[in-house]
Design a protein around this ligand. Structure first.
Ligand SMILES: NC(=O)c1ccc[n+]([C@@H]2O[C@H](COP(=O)([O-])OP(=O)(O)OC[C@H]3O[C@@H](n4cnc5c(N)ncnc54)[C@H](O)[C@@H]3O)[C@@H](O)[C@H]2O)c1
Length: 257
């Protein structure tokens, strides 16, 4: 039988994962590195970024760190220019940076609204816009936008986050439509409830924790590593004809009524 060892291999690829000093982004970067990619960690928090780089370097990954704020257009452009100087490529972009600012819609401040839209939606647009030129020149690339169950529906106090993640799902389709002819595939991953620093306070609330466990067909919270398989698939040649979709890695959440 003919073997196809390269189908899911990321050997020779370079991946940038935003907001990857900790949490889901860090695990996604580590997963891409284990599949063969050189990885660039990014975070706005210098200490987190340094810790993440040190950890991955200790595991033998080809890793570098690049601090920038995904909401700052100039900083994004400068960072990508620096990363791609001397012919360096960004073959894979994971738009992962994200924040929450919980508030009811009727009392939500404009700052709470703008902060979440800026990081979770505009940030993905800005970083993708900065890397797309290089991807087009090389005739291909992979963009993975980290969406959410809230790309599909909402819960009270998450109106800003829901608007951003719903927008990100459809921005993913726009990227697929506009850049597909250049060999670029843009897809999303929609995590279910995953244990991370972002959700620690929710998991610590017995009522919320019980609700997540009973509402999720898998009967548990997800872990950041649960997302790695989908990310490696979408970043690899195995997904060369997969474009504009969101894969929900949610333990069956969206399947259940
Ligand atoms: N944890 C979950 O259950 C869950 C579920 C669905 C989606 N998500 C999404 O996954 C992504 C990662 O979430 P997490 O749980 O790992 O959160 P996290 O807070 O642990 O990590 C997010 C990282 O992004 C960084 N960041 C924030 N703003 C930034 C900016 N402007 N520029 C660069 N970096 C910035 C933070 O410093 C932090 O290190 C987010 O987009 C989040 O919305 C998480």
């Amino acid at each position: 039988m003919e073997k196809s060892p390269s189908l899911f291999s990321l050997q020779g690829r370079r991946a940038l994962v935003t907001g990857s000093g900790r949490g889901l982004g860090f695990s996604l970067a580590r997963g891409l590195a284990r599949a063969g990619a050189a990885v660039v960690l990014n975070d706005v928090a210098e200490d987190r970024l340094a810790a993440g780089v040190e950890l991955l370097r200790g595991e033998g990954a080809a890793v570098e760190g690049c601090r920038f704020d995904v909401t700052d257009p100039l900083a994004v452009q400068q960072a990508i220019a620096q990363l791609t100087a001397d012919g360096g490529a960004i073959d894979i972009l994971v738009n992962n940076a994200g924040i929450h600012r919980y508030a009811a819609l009727d009392t939500m401040s404009l700052a709470q609204w703008n902060d979440v839209l800026s990081v979770n939606l505009t940030g993905a647009f800005l970083v993708a816009q900065a890397v797309i030129g290089g991807m087009k020149r090389r005739g291909g690339g992979k963009i993975i936008n980290i969406c959410s169950l809230m790309s599909e529906g909402s819960r009270p106090t998450t109106g800003n986050y829901t608007a951003a993640k719903g927008g990100l799902k459809l921005l993913t389709k726009s990227m697929a439509v506009e850049w597909g002819a250049h060999g670029v595939q843009a897809n999303g991953i929609g995590p279910g409830y995953i244990l991370s620093d972002m959700t620690r306070h929710l998991a610590a609330d017995p009522q919320f924790d019980g609700w997540v466990r009973s509402r999720t067909p898998a009967g548990r919270w997800g872990t950041p590593d649960d997302l790695v398989g989908a990310a490696v698939f979408l970043a690899s040649p195995a997904a060369d004809f997969v474009n504009g979709h969101v894969i929900y890695v949610d333990g069956g959440w969206l399947a259940a009524l």
